[in-house]
Ligand binder design. Structure first.
Ligand SMILES: [Zn+2]
Length: 499
């Protein structure tokens, strides 16, 4: 054991999908926070024995909510969920705990996926207190009036210039659009949470579809590392699978990332038992055939959490449907977010469908390289529940037991019962680090090749995948041992990732 800046992790079983290494025994050499080739002066390197351990790159969460006003609003609206509970951590832990918990879980990079441009400095101030991980933010640039004007005018160069300006001023990594045009409908008292993509905004001559198309082009022209990050319209509404399909069609070859698709894949016209269900099949068929698209799932897992979304209209709808107190937080009446506590229950028809729909996405999307594991933390579940999700994907018997506990109508009608696929360790490695790093545009992360950041997670192999992934034996961030058996060992300051 050593904490020297130069050491070798020796004899581990390597999972490094980006470099085609699938469970081979190899040594990883580390110098000054980077992975290096076998050095000529190897005698000066310390030695970490990883015999019998599984070695993966550090986890990368490309869609999470960890900072900014909405997270603090979550702590205010649900103070009982901001405290640690037994068992398990708080749904909305402090920013310091958030970093420590992620690191102890083997994650070394996180992106907050929804920061209003006007809240960027607040988010950065808060993220400065998030220890260990490298972190970045996606800016809700299309909520801003100047951007909407440029989009409505179809002025590509101006959109591109505004993106550069906002990304540079807000030190952002990517551009996110949440419910394109939705705030304009909503602010005028219309059902902004339930519009199609082709109705022009009440205040500008532009449709949500044009916003998506023009913004994706501008992001591509601006050369950002991550394509447009899309939370499309009609989140959470029955029948919204059509909106997601139309959204995918809109991009027609343009790169785009579809966020938390689980929340956008519902069949049915209303909330009655007969019609609500899964709209995944036609969506996944389209997705599988179109390599320009990537996604994260936004899986829900059963338990208490807090929903927080840049899509206030969706939060209002959900709050009214469930009779839950909620909060709408706004910034200069341009961007904002809705926040409300939520408890997902196995026996709830709707929650059971949401659970099954997320898993159906994971298990029918053909190419794991275009899929990132997420729960849209904390909307679908707390990130510390990722190991349970990994076991649901990698262990069919465990999944079948879980399926037996949920609402019987869903058990009967979801295609899940007939799906035999199990993710291999390599595929779990892809969806938790290699793919999200590649999708986010992080060339120095998500792999263990020479030149990569020395972000490594060492696991004790176990057939109990939830156990294996919930407590890594050791976690290194930039070559520093930051966690061991669930205990934080060091809290170095991570880097802010800016485009
Ligand atoms: Zn989100």
């Amino acid at each position: 054991m050593t904490t020297s800046h130069r050491f070798v992790v020796r004899g581990g079983t390597i999972h490094d999908p980006a470099n085609d290494r699938d469970g081979i025994v190899a040594d990883i050499w580390i110098s000054d926070g980077k992975i290096v080739g076998r050095p000529s002066d190897s005698a000066s390197f310390g030695d970490v024995d990883a015999t019998g351990l599984v070695v993966m790159p550090g986890g990368v969460d490309l869609h999470s909510h960890v900072a900014g006003p909405k997270v603090n609003a979550g702590r205010r609206i649900a103070p009982h969920l901001a405290r640690h509970r037994t068992p398990g951590p708080a749904a909305v832990p402090t920013i310091h705990s958030t970093g420590a918990l992620y690191a102890a879980l083997g994650y070394t990079t996180v992106f907050d996926a929804a920061i209003a441009t006007g809240a960027a400095s607040i988010a950065h101030a808060e993220l400065a207190d998030l220890p260990i991980l490298d972190k970045g933010i996606y800016l809700l640039a299309a909520d801003d009036a100047d951007m909407l004007d440029a989009l409505a005018a179809g002025d590509g160069p101006k959109c591109e210039r505004l993106i550069h300006e906002k990304i540079s001023r807000g030190r952002g990594w990517a551009v996110k659009v949440a419910n394109p045009g939705g705030p304009s409908f909503w602010k005028r008292g219309r059902r902004g949470d339930h519009h199609d993509l082709d109705t022009p905004l009440p205040d500008r001559p532009v449709t949500p579809r044009q916003i998506l198309d023009r913004l994706a082009r501008a992001v591509q022209a601006a050369g950002l590392p991550h394509p447009l990050h899309v939370h499309t319209a009609n989140l959470g509404l029955p029948g919204n699978w059509r909106t997601l399909l139309e959204t995918m069609r809109t991009f027609d070859g343009l790169p785009a990332h579809l966020a938390h698709v689980q929340f956008h894949s519902y069949a049915g016209g209303d909330l009655d038992e007969g019609s609500f269900g899964s709209g995944v099949a036609p969506l996944v068929e389209y997705f599988n055939a179109h390599g320009n698209l990537t996604l994260d799932v936004g899986q829900i897992l059963f338990g208490d959490t807090v929903a927080m979304t840049g899509d206030s209209a969706a939060a209002e709808h959900l709050a009214h449907a469930t009779g839950t107190p909620w909060m709408s937080h706004d910034l200069h009446l341009e961007g904002g977010c809705g926040v409300l506590p939520i408890a997902y229950k196995e026996k709830s028809l709707i929650h059971a469908w949401q659970w099954a729909i997320g898993l159906e996405w994971f298990l029918t999307a053909a190419d794991p390289w275009r899929v990132a594991l997420s729960t849209d933390h904390p909307n679908g579940a707390h990130f510390t529940a990722y190991p349970v999700l990994m076991q649901l994907l990698g262990d069919e018997a465990f999944r079948r037991e879980a399926l037996a506990r949920i609402h019987p109508a869903v058990r009967k009608r979801s295609p899940l019962a007939g799906i035999r696929r199990e993710y291999s360790l390599q595929e779990l490695c892809i969806v938790t680090r290699a793919a999200p790093a590649r999708i986010a545009g992080l060339s120095h992360k998500g792999h263990l090749g020479v030149g990569a950041d020395a972000d490594l997670t060492l696991y004790r192999p176990s057939p109990d995948l939830a156990r294996m992934f919930s407590m890594p034996a050791r976690v290194y961030k930039a070559g520093v041992l930051v966690a061991e058996d669930g205990e934080v060992k060091a809290t170095p300051q991570g880097t802010t990732l800016t485009a």
